[in-house]
Design a protein around this ligand. Structure first.
Ligand SMILES: [Zn+2]
Length: 418
């Protein structure tokens, strides 16, 4: 006896792939079961097939999903979930034409968030985190990554990471934690960037011992950290057993992507300014390109990451919100899917793979999340959409009908933090 049987389903998106991310032309492959059915038992996927095959099955609850789409829960592989304050006052500066780096050089931007995060209590950061997680879950995201990086000192970086750990325990969302102590160079450390980076590396043994993060990340950009500083930082983190990620070539083509591919980074993120050489390396290296078109959109830029070239080179692309209080204040990965269609010229099939299976591999969860396979946790979304082409098309709204996290309807279970 199944607990829940979704039947008939207009389109069941058969996104699979525990072996690795989908790369190159495989990204455009999206098998679909029309008039399908999916069964859930003990929180896991227990049946996949056609509605006809499901006819004889018994279930405690049957849900008619005709005319709708069922997909794996979305995975958001790049967020800055925990932060103090918010930055709505910067809108006027942006309207006056100040760039991100100009606001940064005035001590604004990220440093106002750092100040606010230092000042805010662990409990307050935790409560705000719950609010954003609820919103993400209701938008169809069932697994996400969360970075630190608004502390830039021992105490606050560890505070942020502990809040993420508590959120992961308290909330239905599965959260993968990344240490981004090298997010920016604090003004008081301007003269000694290497000493600052070493002070962040010094935290890694403690982070490892407490299980506070699986990945380490660095912001490699003009005016922040150089490629060589990033290479040394990530190499040390890798030696200590962390998976490594990099914010690379977001603004200037410094070569962070090439370095990421050389050292075996799990992902290189942003890539708006990636070079031809970087694109061709992404085609062969295991490094996944995590593209964040919401940030480009929000910064008001016209030039987007070259998703088509990366895919045509044979690379694996994942998409993410880059949810953060400065350059991408949104939890809405569905809107990122719209931008991927409109500005990155990605095909609907590529977009669905980029927010599920590839995003899961980008955060080391390829075996657990982002796919529909028997025996996996039933992280499932029912969409109010007649077909999968519809989501990248109809923009700016939440298409979610129902989200199941580990087989339970989101919102049905009393939140453990209530
Ligand atoms: Zn970021």
């Amino acid at each position: 006896m199944l607990d829940t049987l979704l039947t008939p389903i207009g389109q069941l998106l058969m996104i699979t792939g525990s072996k690795g991310p989908k790369r190159g032309s495989d990204m455009a492959v999206l098998p679909v079961i029309e008039h399908g059915a999916l069964g859930i038992k003990d929180g896991r996927i227990a049946f996949i097939g056609s509605a006809e095959e499901a006819n004889g099955l018994e279930a405690k609850e049957r849900i008619d999903c005709s005319g709708k789409v069922v997909s794996p829960g979305l995975v958001d592989p790049h967020t800055h979930l925990v932060f103090g304050g918010s930055r709505e006052h910067e809108m006027a500066l942006k309207q006056q034409g100040l760039s991100y780096l100009e606001i940064l050089s005035r001590g604004g931007g990220i440093f106002s968030t750092v100040k606010a995060t230092k000042a805010e209590s662990e409990e307050s950061l935790f409560q705000k985190g719950l609010f954003h997680l609820d919103r993400s879950l209701n938008l169809g995201i069932t697994t996400m990554e969360a970075k630190s990086g608004y502390g830039l000192d021992r105490e606050t970086e560890l505070k942020q990471l502990r809040v993420v750990k508590q959120l992961n325990e308290a909330h239905e969302m599965d959260i993968v934690s990344t240490f981004l102590g090298a997010h920016a160079l604090p003004p008081e450390c301007k003269a000694e960037p290497d000493a600052f980076l070493n002070s962040m590396l010094d935290l890694l043994p403690e982070i490892k011992a407490e299980g506070l993060a699986e990945f380490a990340d660095i912001f490699c950009e003009t005016g922040v950290f150089t490629v060589e500083q990033s290479r040394n930082f990530l190499a040390s983190a890798k030696e200590m057993g962390f998976g490594v990620k990099i914010h690379a070539d977001e603004i200037d083509p410094l070569g962070g992507t090439e370095m990421a591919c050389e050292i075996g980074a799990v992902t290189a993120d942003h890539l708006v300014g990636v070079s031809e050489k970087g694109i061709s390396l992404l085609g062969t290296a295991p490094t996944i390109a995590v593209l964040l078109p919401g940030t480009t959109f929000y910064l008001g830029k016209d030039s987007y990451a070259p998703a088509r070239s990366i895919i045509e080179a044979g690379g694996a692309v994942a998409l993410s919100t880059d949810f953060n209080p400065g350059s991408s204040p949104t939890e809405n990965l569905q809107f990122i899917m719209n931008l991927a269609a409109l500005r990155l010229k990605m095909k609907p099939e590529e977009i669905w793979n980029a927010v599920t299976v590839n995003a899961a591999h980008a955060i080391g969860r390829g075996e657990e999340a982002g796919a529909i396979e028997i025996g996996r946790w039933a992280d499932i979304v029912l969409w109010d959409a007649p077909n999968y082409h519809y989501l990248p098309y109809h923009y700016g709204v939440n298409h979610v009908n129902t989200v199941w996290k580990k087989g339970r309807k989101a919102g049905e279970r009393k939140p453990s933090y209530a």
